[in-house]
Ligand binder design. Structure first.
Ligand SMILES: C[S@@+](CC[C@H](N)C(=O)[O-])C[C@H]1O[C@@H](n2cnc3c(N)ncnc32)[C@H](O)[C@@H]1O
Length: 264
């Protein structure tokens, strides 16, 4: 199965822009004790890594991603940290290696998110925590809302489902973590809201993150015949236009779930 966003330079830039725009919200409560050993998986191009490291001085991080190319980019961005190639379905670490795990924007792309979580649980020490952040594309609404914008946006969850993922996984986080064996699971919605008084969020979230994701799938949507190309492009432009519309508004919800590794 494919990975919907791919590994272009454009996507690497989108991940970085998005991480910067949302860092205050996504990392708000992600704090680890000094000396703890934390796995960031997947790390992608290291976009979240700088915030994890910056917010947690004294914590030791190990960062892994299935894409060796992304790992190389991440290394360049965060010199001195241990990065390695690693598949969430076959993590190259002994049982009970880490005090905590941070996993951001990945379960939505996996055919077997529960299996990946079981593997993350395996490498956690008893009492350690997993923090998992996922979006939910069904949580999105905006103004103005044109038929073309709705049709273009609908292509993203549809394509992800065709590739074996579930872009609506955010709303299932409690049961997905609990089903994988985590205890004391706690889920918090993180609401993103943009209006004309928040031009930086309009740029960083709507333009760089949402429109960026849509531009990244344009060729695949067209190749697969999912939507008329002119309709798709107008829809993307309509969403972009929200960022400067005097009455524009955009809402989206991420979900941050924390679960503990039970005593074995
Ligand atoms: C949307 S990116 C998120 C990266 C990073 N967490 C961030 O927020 O910038 C999803 C990442 O998941 C990685 N990925 C997908 N399947 C994976 C797997 N089975 N094991 C490890 N990483 C995987 C991809 O290579 C990609 O880097």
């Amino acid at each position: 199965m494919g990975y919907v966003h791919g590994y272009s330079d454009y996507e690497a830039g989108r991940l970085r822009n998005s991480a910067h725009a949302l860092s205050g919200l996504i990392h708000a409560q992600v704090r680890y004790p000094e000396g703890a050993l934390v796995l960031e998986a997947p790390c992608g191009v290291g976009a979240q890594t700088e915030f994890l490291v910056g917010n947690n001085p004294g914590t030791r991080f190990v960062c892994a991603d299935i894409s060796e190319a992304s790992v190389r980019v991440a290394m360049g961005q965060n010199p001195g940290l241990p990065f390695l190639a690693g598949d969430l379905y076959a993590l190259p670490f002994p049982n009970a290696t880490f005090d905590h795990v941070f996993a951001c924007y990945v379960l939505e792309h996996l055919e077997r998110p529960g299996r990946a979580l079981e593997n993350l649980l395996r490498v956690l020490k008893p009492g350690g925590t997993l923090t998992s952040v996922e979006g939910d594309h069904g949580s999105c609404f905006f103004y103005p809302e044109t038929p073309e914008a709705l049709a273009a946006w609908a292509c993203l969850p549809e394509l992800q489902a065709l590739l074996g993922g579930d872009s609506l996984i955010g709303r299932r986080m409690y049961s997905v973590l609990a089903g994988a064996g985590f205890s004391d699971v706690w889920v918090e919605p993180i609401r993103i809201y943009c209006d004309p008084s928040l031009p930086r969020m309009m740029k960083g979230f709507v333009e760089d993150t949402i429109v960026g994701m849509l531009r990244g799938i344009e060729s695949e949507v067209i190749e697969r015949g999912m939507l008329d190309p002119a309709v798709f492009r107008k829809g993307v432009e309509d969403i972009l236009a929200i960022t400067t519309h005097p009455e524009g508004a955009f809402c989206y919800t991420f979900f941050r779930a924390v679960g503990s590794a039970p005593d074995r």
